[in-house]
Ligand binder design. Sequence first.
Ligand code: ZN
Length: 538
Amino acid sequence: MRQQGQASSSKLSADMARYAPTVITADTTALSPGDRKALVSLVRAAAVMDRLFLRQTWSGNEETMRKLAADQTPEGRERYRYFVINMGPWSRLDANASFVPGTPAMRPHGANYYPEDMTREEFNAWLAALPEADRERATGYFTTVRRTADKALRIVPYNREYADLLPEAAGHLRDAATATENPSLRTYLTLRADAFLSDNYYKSDIAWMDLDSPLDITIGPYEVYMDELFNYKAAFEAFITLRNQDESQKLAFFANHLQEIENILPIQPAYRNPRLGAAAPIRVVDLVATGGEPRAGVQTAAFNLPNDERVVTERGSKRVMLKNVQEAKFNTILKPIAALVLDPSQQKDVAFEPFFTHILAHELMHGLGPHAITVNGKKSTVRHQMKELGSATEEAKADVAGLFALHSLIDRGLLDSAMTRPLAVTFLASMFRSVRFGITEAHGRGMALQFNYMLENGAIAHDSTSDTYCVDFKRFAQVASKLTGEIMTIQAEGDYARAKKLLDTYGVLTPVLQRTLDRLKAIPVDIAPEYPLARTTS
Ligand code: ZN
């Protein structure tokens, strides 16, 4: 662990090089005059989310940022840039260790949602003595906890805690609502503006689920990750985006073929679902600007919202995929990885379109295959039977079933067969990106499983002299189908022991894989985005 204040300039430069500066832009030509005007107000509202989030992170954050901004030495300017990348003085890629002299060594676990000297025990004792209604508010998304003059704890609602900023944000949303011609956007923005003042977000969350507009907006307090004490309190964020028309059509095309794919899954017919339910809504958008939490550290490429269980129970949740962010990461991270790990003869097949199409297929495939199952005559679920192995096997399933689905659409002439090679080769390169940060996380472990399985079954081959890999196109589709069948059969039978054997055998970092991963250390970890559209519109 690094000590505070000892980050040298060269260390700072090396740390910062992990984020590759990248321009994120989108095509705004199709926007109506009203939406153009609305966009200006929405970018302003996103900037208010920045100020809210800075304050939510740490009580000293805004003051520290002002001080750093005033330091015009080269080192000072670099430190300020790194502060902006992290939205605070703690490096998110280094377990939140401080890189700014004179700031706490670590971010407070309760961020600025609770008094910094408050312990979990003090909170819990206070909570237990509160009346029922207050207990709900104390643990709610939209309140902070402060101390009274005599040091007791008290609840402060967001609309009072942030009374200097939320009315300003609400004003920008109302201006945007007046400008847009789109009724569903107008409804959402108006209700959201009300929510900023009332702390009652329910109606506007429902309106967000119904949003159907060229300007696709997500703004408000949402994620609770930064509350490391309890995961109760929501951080402010904004995604100002444009709906991507081409990808929306691609999604509609896939949706029309999901049942046909289910009907030919490589498992016993009894394990297939004869009547798929409605798929969870997915939106593909291009990002114009972010505000608040998404600005900090590793950039979001997709999200599921809302988190409020009431809304999720009634209306489900919506997945939003940021296509231009995925493309920026593809160019900055995946292409350099491909250049290092792929056989030269297959380099030319690495392409963004099959990469993104497979991501869409992955998301849709979560809805296919076994979910509700019968084990020993009793009704159960895959999730329940697979326990801690559930996430890794489900993520691997979505990947290989995505390959299976795209191959089956190609075989039936519904997708261009020219996609076959780029799909496989790009997938091979992307495997290294997923396992790069270890296999303790579900996506990484699920990908290690696929990698080792495909290597053993001859779908991919390794040249140990050059330490490069290539796809065997004659076997790739067949092996993807075989592994799809293997995982889905395990899920259908709720066979925990067989899942464990599969993961213990294949979901591992082998010496061969580790040797390749060690060569990827110099490739950036993520992008540091710049949003020229946000500058020109504000
Ligand atoms: Zn997934």
